[in-house]
Structures are given as C-alpha cells and as structure tokens.
Design a protein around this ligand. Structure first.
Ligand SMILES: [Zn+2]
Length: 73
C-alpha cells in the first residue's frame, strides 16, 4: 500500500496497548510514524517509540529490534 505524499493520519486498526475491541481509536501517521490511541491515551512520535512501548524495550533495544524486523542490520 503506497503512502500518499506527505503522509497523514490513518486508521491503525486495533490498539496494541490496551484490550481494544473498537477499530478506529488507534491512529498512525504515515509520514512520521507517530501514533496515538484515543481510547487509552497511548502515543508516541515515531516507530521507535512504538516498539519501545509495545515490547517494553529500551531505546537501543528498540533500534536493534526494528533493524532485525526490517532486515536493516
Ligand atoms: Zn489504546
């Protein structure tokens, strides 16, 4: 799915940070990777913050994990 120019907020599906049953409360910004959940208040400015919260990792651990998941390392 190609990201539209300039990104924008999109439905991120179910929030991974609480027992989400209502798609639509969790939004992701395609341009920056920022995310926010209007139901539980989870938010962050980029994908690194997302992985840190999702997996309860430190900043360097998150970087390593993203690199492994995306095949960057
Ligand atoms: Zn949530």
């Amino acid at each position: 799915m190609p990201a539209p120019r300039g990104g924008g907020w999109r439905d991120g599906g179910l929030c991974p940070f609480h027992g989400d049953k209502h798609p639509g409360s969790f939004r992701v910004h395609l341009g920056t990777g920022a995310f926010i959940c209007f139901a539980c208040g989870a938010k962050g400015s980029d994908v690194i913050a997302f992985v840190q919260m999702r997996d309860a990792l430190s900043f360097p651990e998150s970087l390593r994990k993203i690199g492994e998941e995306w095949g960057l390392s």
